[in-house]
Design a binder for this molecule. Structure first.
Ligand code: NAD
Length: 308
């Protein structure tokens, strides 16, 4: 195992909200960054997102144009896993589905025999993902690196140590997170770790409150903002995270913690079934389409609550 190998090149699999954000931060912090996605449309959106967000950094005076150009030059968008060859670490940020992640890690085990394999999973067991590389595939190099959305802004990386993860792997990704300007904090491998075990049941409960007619969505959000000093309400946050991701996480909590109190709210599941996934489809709890009417004065900038 090349455990002492220095990290120069970072491979990111999944060019969605999280993978795109991780890749941006890696490139800005000087790493050659290879971003891979199964969908070429997703790669295109990722590249456009980088161009737009990095240009805004220059406009706001937070980055120099020359630094942005250098970061852009370090970003490479690739359509196959083979093209990630040369990466010193691979960070996976694909869909929150255990079977899909296990299949991917089984492939990565042989393609990247010595590199650290990190998952940005929100809730899925790192021990289970690590087992998919097999005993010969060095499960001790599989670790959780849980970034937060939006990655360029949020400081935390929850570092998850699976049952077989080595101390050396934990140290290396902790150091990497710090060199990306983040604050790494360790957590053990239980469903949802710390962040989503605490956060996601609250979001799910907000959907139950809405479903039971306790209050309108915008009022639920305003109550939680003003009453608990949250920067955004739980339903707005659910749209931001992605309602499909919220359902996946609740299912993992229900299975992993073995309690019915974690079952995803039927209304949340129904919105996902309707294809209303939140910001990424421009419609979830709220409507973000450019033509949607704006909400009242206390709005956080989102559009009207979309009817159900
Ligand atoms: P997303 O839907 O925005 O992006 C997922 C991307 O993965 C898509 O572009 C899809 O084409 C790609 N993909 C799916 N299967 C693939 C495969 N087998 N190979 C290559 N690419 C594949 O999702 P996201 O919000 O970026 O979430 C990604 C991961 O990050 C999930 O595990 C999620 O739980 C986790 N996460 C999400 C958030 C959040 O707030 N959204 C926060 C922390 C962690």
């Amino acid at each position: 195992m090349g455990t002492t190998q220095t990290i120069h090149t970072i491979g990111v699999i999944g060019a969605g909200q999280m993978g795109g954000g991780i890749a941006q931060v890696a490139a800005v912090h000087g790493f050659k960054t290879l971003v891979c996605d199964a969908s070429s449309a997703a790669l295109g959106r990722c590249r456009d997102g980088h161009t737009k967000r990095l240009a805004r950094e220059v406009e706001k005076g937070r980055m120099k144009d020359t630094d942005v150009q250098a970061a852009v030059g370090r970003l490479h968008y690739v359509e196959s896993l083979e093209m990630l060859k040369g990466a010193d670490i691979v960070i996976e940020a694909i869909v929150e589905d255990a079977k899909t992640k296990r299949e991917l890690f089984a492939k990565l085990a042989t393609m990247f025999p010595t590199q650290i394999l990190a998952s940005n999973t929100s809730s899925i067991s790192i021990t289970e993902i690590a087992a998919s590389v097999g005993p010969q595939g060095h499960p001790e190099r599989v670790v959780g690196m849980h970034f937060f959305n939006p990655v360029p802004v949020m400081k935390l990386v929850e570092v998850i140590r699976g049952l077989q993860t080595s101390a050396d792997t934990v140290t290396r990704v902790t150091n990497l997170a710090a060199s990306l300007g983040k604050t790494p904090i360790p957590a053990n491998d239980r469903a949802g770790f710390v962040s989503n075990r605490v956060l996601m049941p609250m979001i799910n409960e907000a959907f139950f409150a809405w479903m039971e007619g306790v209050a309108e969505p915008q009022h639920i959000d305003e109550i939680m903002k003003l009453g608990c000093n949250f920067p955004m309400g739980p339903l707005r946050l659910a749209d931001f995270i992605g309602l499909d991701t919220c359902v996946h996480i609740m299912n993992v909590l229900a299975d992993g913690l073995g309690s019915d109190r974690y079952r995803p709210c039927p209304l949340l599941k129904q919105l996902v079934a309707a294809g209303r996934l939140g910001d990424k489809t421009q419609r979830g709890v709220y409507d973000y389409a450019p033509s949607a009417p704006s909400m009242t004065a206390s709005s956080t900038g989102h559009k009207s609550a979309a009817g159900v």
